[in-house]
Design a protein. Structure first.
Length: 272
């Protein structure tokens, strides 16, 4: 199993574009999976520079419905054609950002009736070596959640808003030659909660790699410390590969307490 970071906020190579977003490509003898598509600008140029044919993907996984993860989906589907799309049933929820007293839709424009949607709930197997993982609301420890006040969803039809519960957040659990790894989209369910849920399903607290966005970059130092302490104390992870929305302060905090930590910018390739 190999995973390639196609899109990230930052690029490791001058030939690749950096873009605020995330896209991962992974594959083995059981099939190829594109996880998220970034905003859409960097996806195909970066894939071409890295020698990857995106139309060889057998599955598309959408970790949640934010624009920086699903924005390139239409372009990908135009090139690929019909393909199973694995996403939470609520991936088209009305994700919105409030800014300067104005609301800005930041969700998914995809027509859910026009795609081959495979709903992800609980632990959902995609291939013989890849599972999509939901963390239900009652399994999310609030001590490890970030709920920014500017990220909201409609509350009824009266123009009111409520905090976004990020109910559509899913991650991937991957079984490779080096053991189990976790691939995160934005970890809106809380990275600690996601690893706890994976540990419960797979009966292990040892993981080869945790890669992806952890959404703790703008959090307080106390919150970052609480999350990082829980991660390094509760789990044994051989490789930490934060990126996208993790934030450099959080990545540095992990690096201060874990042995193998590197930013997984666009161009990162790992054998899982």
């Amino acid at each position: 199993m190999e995973v390639t970071v196609l899109v990230d906020n930052f690029s490791l190579l001058p030939s690749l574009e950096g873009e605020y977003g995330l896209s991962l490509y992974l594959g083995d003898e059981h099939g190829n999976i594109l996880m998220d598509t970034g905003q859409g600008r960097a996806l195909f140029p970066n894939a071409a520079s890295l020698g990857l044919d995106l139309t060889a993907a057998d599955h598309l996984v959408l970790s949640h419905g934010h624009f920086d993860h699903v924005g390139g989906a239409a372009k990908f589907l135009t090139a690929k054609g019909d393909i199973p799309i694995w996403a939470h049933p609520e991936f088209k929820t009305g994700h919105t950002r409030l800014l300067n007293n104005k609301s800005h839709f930041i969700g998914c424009h995809m027509n859910g009736m026009a795609i081959d949607h495979h709903p992800v709930t609980g632990l959902t197997q995609i291939t013989d070596s890849v599972w999509a993982l939901e963390v239900p609301a009652d399994k999310r420890d609030e001590n490890f959640l970030t709920r920014p006040s500017h990220l909201v969803v409609p509350a009824g039809n009266n123009g009111e808003w409520e905090l976004d519960p990020f109910s559509d957040d899913i991650s991937l659990v991957v079984k490779g030659q080096n053991g189990l790894s976790i691939l995160l989209g934005c970890a809106h369910a809380g990275v600690v909660n996601i690893l706890e849920e994976a540990a419960r399903h797979f009966n292990t607290r040892e993981f080869n790699c945790v890669l992806g966005g952890m959404h703790i970059g703008d959090s307080s130092p106390d919150f970052i410390e609480r999350v990082v302490d829980a991660l390094v104390e509760r789990f044994s992870v051989s490789q930490w590969r934060p990126c996208h929305c993790t934030g450099f302060k959080a990545a540095a905090a992990i690096a201060a307490k874990a042995p193998d930590v590197s930013w997984a910018g666009a161009g990162t390739r790992l054998a899982l």
